[in-house]
Write a protein that binds this ligand. Structure first.
Ligand SMILES: [Ca+2]
Ligand SMILES: [Ca+2]
Length: 335
């Protein structure tokens, strides 16, 4: 071969390789597919393509997630709007020596107490012209927890609820004697799904005795039963096992009975916070007012198997007790 032609062939090869290195766009057919250079170039191109596709996937996923968030926000907004308008928060002030009926005018809706306080927060509310200013002097008088507990037990789940300050004071106690107080209550009307609870009786059914807004059935003549059987029996009468929710109710029960009794209190759903059992139109709720016996002291969950609340000692105070024990019981219907 002519030396010049060999030199020219090498020049062409060098030019091709240089061109590939610079541009990286020359297709594999222009070089030997089996060569290392060609293979490396193909791998580089593949890596490029994969990273491009990954980037595009990432941005698609980001877009989808942001769309999803938008959709969720829309759903939340849609869910909120009707409930806010349907459940307008009512605010009432009931001055000392006065009374008021909280009432849900819309059919099929009942009261849910949101907040309440009994005391005095300023010098103006319920102030009477010419009255001694010392009656309004204490503006940090408050009894929130007891007030809320009492109002909830009186009004929750009812279409109307009469709040009388004299009865109120007797049950909640006086947070600041010699100060002219008022009840400040916030509540809503909630639409209730259970139709049966709108036709709640105005009077107690046969076999039940009325006391204020509740009806009581005393199962003393019946044989003594476990808590579970007592609970079922009350539910069968569209009532709930006794829920003692105020000192006044405790006094009433005490005046009627001097025997050990099952109440609806239990921790059968777990935890150590006792709840009153549901039944009829009464929904399960946490025990607020309590009257635990100091003997023990109770509740002591003796041997780790006491999950039900009984009335037991000579002062008619409460204890936790094995639910399988057999006792008399009282069923209750809230009117
Ligand atoms: Ca009760
Ligand atoms: Ca006990």
């Amino acid at each position: 071969m002519h030396p010049f032609s060999m030199a020219r062939g090498n020049c062409v090869n060098v030019a091709l390789i240089t061109l590939w290195l610079i541009s990286g766009v020359i297709h594999c057919q222009t070089c030997n597919p089996e060569s290392t250079l060609c293979k490396k170039r193909d791998i580089l191109k593949l890596e490029d393509r994969i990273s491009g596709e990954l980037e595009s996937l990432r941005s698609d996923v980001k877009h989808d997630i942001s769309q999803l968030i938008d959709e969720l926000e829309k759903i939340n907004t849609i869910g909120d709007k009707p409930s806010v308008s349907a459940e307008k928060v009512n605010k009432d002030i009931i001055c000392d020596r006065q009374s008021k009926t909280l009432k849900c005018s819309e059919k099929k809706s009942t009261i849910t107490i949101l907040n309440g306080d009994y005391g005095r927060k300023d010098t103006q509310t319920c102030a009477k012209p010419g009255a001694n200013p010392s009656y309004y002097a204490d503006t940090s008088c408050s009894s929130k927890k007891k007030t809320l507990m009492y109002l909830k037990s009186m009004c929750d789940g009812k279409q109307a609820c009469f709040v009388d300050i004299v009865t109120f004071n007797r049950n909640v106690g006086d947070p600041c004697p010699n100060i002219d107080k008022y009840v400040d209550v916030q509540w809503i009307c909630k639409v209730v799904a259970n139709e049966e609870c709108f036709s709640k009786p105005m009077e107690c059914p046969n076999g039940f005795e009325r006391h204020y807004d509740s009806c009581y059935h005393y199962a003393h003549g019946d044989k003594k039963v476990s808590w579970f059987e007592a609970n079922d029996n009350c539910k069968g009468m569209k009532s709930h096992l006794l829920a003692i929710e105020s000192p006044a109710e405790m006094e009433f029960i005490k005046s009627k009975h001097r025997i050990a009794l099952w109440t609806g209190g239990n921790i059968l759903s777990g935890g150590r916070k006792f709840k009153w059992a549901e039944g009829g139109c009464y929904k399960a709720r946490e025990v607020g007012y309590s009257n635990w016996s100091p003997n023990g002291p109770q509740p002591d969950n003796h041997l780790g198997k006491e999950s039900c609340l009984m009335i037991w000692d000579q002062h008619f105070r409460w204890a936790d007790f094995d639910c399988n024990n057999k006792l008399s019981y009282v069923c209750e219907i809230n009117l």
